[in-house]
Design a protein around this ligand. Structure first.
Ligand SMILES: CC(C)(COP(=O)(O)OP(=O)(O)OC[C@H]1O[C@@H](n2cnc3c(N)ncnc32)[C@H](O)[C@@H]1OP(=O)(O)O)[C@@H](O)C(=O)NCCC(=O)NCCS
Length: 171
């Protein structure tokens, strides 16, 4: 079994949407709600967001993906992190998370933050991330824990959301 991470290509779009829907759906949320959400997410950053998207391949097949987007001057947002349920538990999520951190470091970012799916909080804590603050109400009307990882010496900012809006596409 070989896992590798590469940049996303335009032709990956529909597979990435499928992976996001299956991953989100794996937590038991209402299927129609998940399908409606998956139909609208900006998978390849087509609506003008400057997302950097990377895909995890297991033996050459896409099984997961993540995206990062610039926040304020020195903060970056982990906008997506999804692994196909059939391939969970094989290290793809960890590899994608580490790649996101590596990319932000290369861009001299001070920290990476994201609205964490509550079911994934333990996964992030294992990777060294910490709770920063609560998000504003999401599209689904819930407050999510914003998690972060500090990439410089100073502590994670506890100030307002750098963009003043919701972080990521978690709902
Ligand atoms: C959360 C997610 C990205 C993890 O990806 P993954 O490829 O399954 O994770 P890994 O295989 O790298 O797991 C690394 C370790 O974390 C553990 N882990 C994975 N998901 C976990 C979770 N939700 N809670 C607690 N531990 C978890 C694994 O068991 C593994 O432990 P081990 O090293 O002792 O074997 C994936 O489960 C997923 O896409 N979930 C649904 C969508 C989601 O919630 N995305 C996050 C949006 S904020």
């Amino acid at each position: 079994m070989t896992i590798a991470v590469r940049r996303a290509e335009r032709s990956d779009g529909e597979r990435l949407r499928e992976i996001a829907a299956a991953a989100k759906g794996s937590w038991g949320y209402d299927a129609a709600r998940v399908a409606a959400w998956a139909a609208t997410i900006d998978v390849l950053g087509e609506k003008g967001s400057a997302k950097e998207i990377h895909v995890a391949e297991l033996d050459g097949n896409p099984v997961g993906w993540m995206s990062i987007v610039a926040g304020d001057a020195d903060a970056w947002v982990l906008d997506d992190l999804w692994v196909d349920p059939e391939s969970m538990g094989r290290g793809a999520g960890t590899l994608l998370f580490h790649r996101a951190v590596e990319l932000v470091r290369e861009r001299a970012g001070a920290r990476l933050e994201w609205e964490a799916e509550p079911n994934a909080v333990a996964f992030y804590e294992r990777l060294g991330a910490r709770y920063v603050r609560d998000s504003p109400p999401s599209e689904w009307g819930r407050t999510l824990p914003v998690y972060g990882i500090e990439l410089r010496a100073s502590p994670v900012s506890r100030g307002a959301d750098p963009r003043g809006t919701s972080l990521g596409s978690r709902t």
